[in-house]
Design a protein around this ligand. Structure first.
Ligand SMILES: [Mn+2]
Length: 493
């Protein structure tokens, strides 16, 4: 990549302080030190590329419903939901931008620095306005001299185009701080995304009230609408293809490292979606016992297992979260298979407990019970009964984590929801969660037979609660041991 254009210094007599002044002025939006002729030349000769009569994005009717629900919850209050800003990676390079979940959920837009404002209208209801950076000004040089000018970063939608696409009136985001400063009445802001908005609102908001907004937006996403369910299915389907890509290239991973697996899956995520929804866990051999192994720099060896936990995030920012544990050479050893079958059985019990009216905790309890039974059966817990093991939670030395979580735009979705609506809540149609039991025997665990050490198995699927039970959105990937082996044999050819 190239650097931002630095205005040339006109003559030798330019002093250092003049250069500093020039840079300061540029930062103020003025662009000196290019010749008058060039500046004049760059103003004109550009075609009008305004697009007309754009159709609304497919999500527009759903985002309108979501805003209406939000409006009903906070009548008479001004609500401010920022997309967030670019974050510096190093010097003048930034991380890839990913709009805040709250903003994208309510607008279908993903523009950096965008802000959704819901203005209360009299007694009930709100008027939504989207504050965005408009197209670059060509008269003042912003277009080609500013690092965020369209010449550098690409064409933006005009405000009129954004209005048509998103179904929300749009204004220049540079007007927003002053508008917020002038505004009176109660305000709530989603914190943590846009420091300039927080600064503008600092005297008008409270942490408690802002938190209520954040909690509402988390709980609103507990039940997915039809658009969201279709997106999650899309994410799972793309993820399944990514897993197939990995199996097909396992020989190359064996010749290099886990990084080949990470890169292979990432390629699929970028082709079919926006990104990976979280750092891929590409854990071969004993790395499978490290729950969040994302260094992915280890060796991939035949005879060991690969635990791959990865998910494609769609272009509308819904992510899958799928794990398969695969024998790298295509065939489970007897001990690997014994442990794998136990986890499979636990997952089956967990999935069976996902249905409308069930307590959220049920699927976790069902899976933990199966795992505890297996650990007792294998003699790893002495003479203790399964009931006693579960009562004391002793199985957790090897099961380690909860059996699942809500899934959606965030991989750990709805994380701000209150305990009573999430962990202590009841499942209903439209809820989507992961069921992902595992068993992990650390390489240095002296309490298990030596041959267990360094084996980690997790199987994770994305389960939608339906009217009469559930649907496994990721069931295009095999789970049963013999089916996994047959699938791998076919793909490895
Ligand atoms: Mn998960």
């Amino acid at each position: 990549m190239s650097e931002e254009l630095i205005p040339e210094t006109p003559e030798q007599e330019t002093e250092e302080n003049e250069a500093a002044e020039a840079i300061k002025q540029r930062k103020n939006g003025l662009y000196p030190a290019v010749s008058d002729e060039l500046a004049e030349n760059m103003k004109s000769g550009w075609a009008d590329t305004e697009l007309h009569d754009l159709q609304p994005i497919p999500q527009a009717e759903h985002t309108a419903n979501r805003r209406a629900a939000l409006s009903a919850r906070f009548p008479g209050e001004r609500l401010v939901i920022p997309a967030g800003n670019l974050r510096t990676r190093s010097n003048d390079t930034e991380y890839a931008f990913r709009a805040s979940t709250e903003y994208a959920y309510l607008t279908g837009d993903q523009t950096q620095d965008g802000v959704l404002v819901l203005e209360p209208t009299g007694g009930t209801g709100h008027e939504a306005t989207l504050y965005l950076l408009p197209r670059s000004n060509r008269e003042n040089g912003e277009f080609w001299l500013d690092g965020q000018g369209e010449l550098w970063v690409g064409r933006r939608n005009s405000l009129t185009e954004a209005e048509q696409l998103l179904g929300i009136p749009a204004k220049d985001v540079r007007e927003l701080p002053a508008a917020l400063a002038e505004a009176t009445g109660p305000v709530r802001n989603v914190r943590g995304h846009d420091a300039s908005i927080e600064a503008a609102l600092t005297d008008k908001v409270t942490a408690e009230r802002d938190e209520e907004l954040r909690v509402y937006l988390s709980e609103a996403r507990l039940v997915k609408d039809a658009f969201e369910i279709a997106e999650l299915q899309k994410a799972c389907d793309a993820t399944a293809r990514g897993f197939e890509d990995v199996v097909k290239s396992l020989d190359k991973a064996e010749a290099t490292s886990e990084r080949f697996i990470e890169g292979t899956f990432f390629l699929r995520a970028r082709i079919e979606g926006n990104d990976i929804g979280y750092g891929s866990i590409c854990a071969a051999g004993p790395h499978a016992t490290t729950l969040h192994w994302v260094r992915n720099d280890g060796a991939v060896r035949a005879g060991e297992l690969l635990l791959l936990d990865a998910g494609v995030e769609t272009n509308d920012l819904y992510t899958a979260d799928v794990t398969r544990t695969l024998p790298i050479n295509g065939t489970f050893s007897p001990l690997q298979r014994k442990i794998y079958d136990a986890v499979y059985e636990a997952q089956e019990a967990g999935i069976a407990a996902v249905k409308p009216g069930a307590a959220y905790r049920d699927f976790h309890d069902a899976a933990q019970r199966v795992l505890a039974e297996k650990l007792v059966e294998w003699g790893l817990l002495g003479d203790l009964s399964v009931e006693k093991v579960l009562e004391l939670g002793l199985q957790r030395r090897w099961t380690l984590h909860g059996t699942g979580h809500m899934l959606g735009m965030d991989v750990h979705d709805c994380a701000a929801a209150r305990t009573e609506t999430y962990v202590d809540g009841t499942l209903e149609p439209g809820v989507c969660l992961t069921v992902e039991p595992g068993l992990y025997f650390q390489a240095d665990d002296l309490t298990v037979p030596e041959e267990y050490r360094g084996i980690g198995v997790r199987i994770e699927d994305d389960i939608l609660v339906t009217e009469d039970g559930n649907r496994n959105l990721s069931d295009s990937l095999p789970r049963r041991a013999d089916e996994v082996e047959a699938w791998m044999a076919r793909l490895k050819g």
